[in-house]
Ligand binder design. Sequence first.
Ligand code: AHR
Length: 311
Amino acid sequence: VLIFASLFAMTVSAADLITVGYAQIGAESDWRTANTESFKSTFTEENGFKLIFDDAQQKQENQIKAIRNFIQQEVDYIVLAPIVETGWETVLGEAKEAGIPVILSDRQIKVTDDSLYVAWVGGNFLQEGYNAVEWLDGYLKENGRENEDINIVLLQGTIGSSAQVGRTEGVEKLLADRPKYHLLAKQTGEFTQAKGQEVMESFLKSYDDIDVVIAENDDMGYGAMEAIKAAGKVPGKDIIMISYDSGRRAFEKVIAGELNVTVECNPLHGPRVAEIIKKLEAGETVDKIQYVDEGVFDIKNAAEILPTRTY
Ligand code: AHR
């Protein structure tokens, strides 16, 4: 009887499930893995959803294909973490034509018609850029170095992604007001540890006076640390290390003294997107742009926060 009852419940609920297609970017970083996990653990049948997950392997054309497949499968909602800001009008127009609401998660897009998506939820990348430089101001002051000339290199994320665009803009805007800070070089490390290491190796060959690395994610920061160690220097001591995301590994590196600060970008968007969908299902309105609160973690607070990090 019990088996029959649960089978019956499953049949009834299966028809009521909300089908969601998630066009994910790839698996380039710890952040991305945590983000995927957040969606997979939230969009379960138990919670009333059927998730169709697509990993685009870091290619926009794959994300476009995935969206077209979702449209063909007549999903109820499309969630997109757009790899870059531009080039979405046509495919999102097709989703709109098919009557499928699109929710953007994590990164933003540039479109002239903002009715192509119902809502966006993610981090404030521009503010994250400011957070990095403002933390550096405080750190140099505390260490009596505020009057020194400071040479900085910037490891950028995927060029054209809103995470890269916002963080680079935030950093450069504040550097423009600080004549003692010198940006020696900037180059993409594509948000991966391997590429971050490669680019840092070339920076170290070109410049022997780097004071600060700003890596636009923790993974590129870990790669940079390897390159710095291989060059006979100590990351976190000889070179100040700043990166973004704030997963567990970053906290451990802060505590070990190899990373000076990790500027948070929160990846746990699954429940946030589910909340948006539930509101839309209930006929409620949702805020079009939803920024997530984010912190800054260095040696002063890392040990206290680490036990609470789930990713
Ligand atoms: O868009 C968020 C960024 O994408 C994260 O900082 C990075 O780790 C990820 O790949």
